[in-house]
Design a protein around this ligand. Structure first.
Ligand code: ADP
Ligand code: GLC
Length: 480
């Protein structure tokens, strides 16, 4: 099959979260299975400075209609491996910036223009470069208008309608919601600026457009597919999701075992497996050292890696500060994002610098060290479409403590509910229930034999992309 992915992030060229890992691993696995795969992303400054991108060549000069203007851009391409091409949509004014979406406090004011330009350019590149895909697979709001632009482009140029479009929602909380005037930039027929189109309570909602017009809509776990049909988790789009009569398919993400594998990981100081955990002890000591703690510490070490946003439940964690202050334990957090959340964690660190450590940066190597060196991985998300870190931690023998939402439900089995199958500790998404879960972790940690059984079960779970790739293959074939 010829497959084109359109996404705002792909690892290792641009990453702020799991979207990048997933688009990277999915496209790479598809290429390995013999499909011809292209990934179209914005030519962000960071992506352009990657050594692979420095070798890219210019393929096309674009002129994109944006309202009453035409805006130009370039399409560059490189191929990191067989069957895989990465296309970069370049326009310095839009993408040559320090961050992809905003300055840390606020989103960029021209995000509508930037990403409408991106989605239109992706569709133009497919047409002008004659990529002739069977499937155009868009991800999240930044790419969600591509299915509509594709249909209008086909109509305008009298092209085939054989291409099928898929939209994957990685997080329905991010919708691309903009003032109504933005509709002009789409150059779509006026009737589409209505309740049956992009209009959403007087604004323009890009994700809504994708949900309505893609041939098939998917999300990243079966549980989240159900959740987003409810008012509690639908972020106002539950009605739109429900309006798709054939439903939304939930396919759980996999783990890229080329990148996340304790047997081969070169970002950690020692490698290990479920048969030989010595290397894990070395990683643990290294992590304690990096955090400035006594490397001989023997109590439980809790790790967290996440974007500091409300979704990740840091409020619940901070409501449990007593636990971390009083118990004989250590807490290491790697996370960047919301400065208010960062400040509150910093306060906790100031109260107990010998017990709590925060690294407020994006740090790929440290994210691997935390997965490898911690005893428990804490993920008290308020909602979680899939979540990757709870899978990474299981593979690295770090027992996850997660809230019972979204993909976390689909990937972590509670040890108290299923003593012989359990791989982690689960709790309701509230502070009290998290407190109980943390206490249960102390009991588990004290019982070394049981702890090791749980650890090994996690390490032996198959989280590879094999299953998910087959799921997407079936989805594509059914769509075609
Ligand atoms: P989300 O996509 O909602 O952020 P996921 O669990 O799906 O959550 O994926 C998060 C990804 O981003 C993981 O690969 C995680 O290791 C990574 N990550 C998050 N914060 C950081 C950070 N500060 N430094 C390095 N990697 C990070
Ligand atoms: C989103 C979600 C996360 C998911 C990731 C990849 O960022 O928040 O739960 O794992 O996308 O699909």
């Amino acid at each position: 099959m010829k497959i084109v992915h359109i996404a705002s992030e792909v690892f290792p060229y641009m990453k702020t979260g799991g979207l990048a890992d997933v688009v990277g691993a999915l496209s790479s696995t598809q290429a390995d299975s013999g499909h011809e795969v292209s990934v179209i992303i914005p030519g962000y400054r960071l992506a352009m400075s990657h050594p692979d991108a420095l070798q890219s060549e210019r393929r096309l000069r674009l002129k994109i209609e944006m309202g009453e203007k035409f805006i130009s851009g370039d399409v560059r391409v490189f191929s990191p491996k067989r069957n895989l091409s990465i296309y970069l949509i370049c326009r310095d004014e839009f993408f040559d910036r320090r961050n992809p979406y905003g300055n840390g406090e606020r989103d960029y004011e021209d995000n509508a223009e930037r990403f409408i330009f991106f989605a239109k350019s992706a569709v133009e590149a497919i047409r002008l470069l004659d990529l002739q895909p069977d499937i155009v697979h868009s991800h999240d709001w930044q790419a969600s208008l591509a299915p509509i632009f594709l249909r209008f482009s086909e109509r305008r140029y009298g092209l085939t309608l054989a291409i099928k479009t898929i939209l994957t929602i990685h997080n329905i909380a991010y919708q691309g919601l903009f003032p109504s005037a933005v509709f002009e930039l789409t150059n779509l027929p006026r009737e589409l600026n209505s309740v049956d189109g992009l209009e959403y309570y007087g604004q323009v909602n890009l994700l809504k457009g994708g949900i309505l017009f893609a041939d098939q809509v998917t999300t990243v776990s079966p549980r989240y597919a159900k959740e987003i049909q409810t008012t509690e988790f639908g972020f106002g789009l539950d009605g739109v999701v429900l309006s798709r009569s054939e439903g939304i398919i939930g396919l759980i993400n996999g783990v890229d075992t080329q990148v996340w594998n304790p047997k081969t990981d070169t970002l950690i100081p020692a490698r290990f497996s479920s048969n030989d955990l010595k290397g894990k002890a070395t990683c643990r000591t290294a992590l304690l050292r990096v955090a400035g703690f006594n490397p001989q510490f023997t109590g439980p070490l809790y790790g967290i890696v996440c974007r500091l946003v409300e979704q990740k439940g840091m409020d619940l964690l901070l409501e449990n500060e007593e636990f971390f202050l009083k118990q004989n334990c250590r807490l290491v957090i790697l996370g960047s994002g919301d400065q208010k959340i960062e400040a509150r964690i910093r306060e906790l660190q100031n109260q107990a610098p010998d017990k709590v450590f925060l690294n407020p940066k994006l740090d790929e190597a440290m994210s691997h060290l935390i997965e490898a060196g911690s005893d428990f991985f804490v993920m008290p998300s308020l909602f979680e479409p899939c979540g990757l870190n709870q899978m990474y931690s299981q593979i690295y023998g770090t027992v996850p403590i997660v809230s019972r939402v979204g993909g976390l439900v689909d990937t972590v089995i509670d040890i108290d509910e299923y003593a012989t199958r359990g791989t982690g500790i689960t709790h309701e998404p509230n502070a009290e229930s998290l407190r109980a879960a943390l206490k249960r972790s102390l009991v588990l940690f004290a019982d070394k034999a049981t702890y090791q059984e749980v650890q090994k079960r996690g390490m032996q779970t198959d989280f590879s992309w094999k299953k998910a790739t087959l799921g997407y293959e079936k989805l594509y074939s059914d769509a075609l």
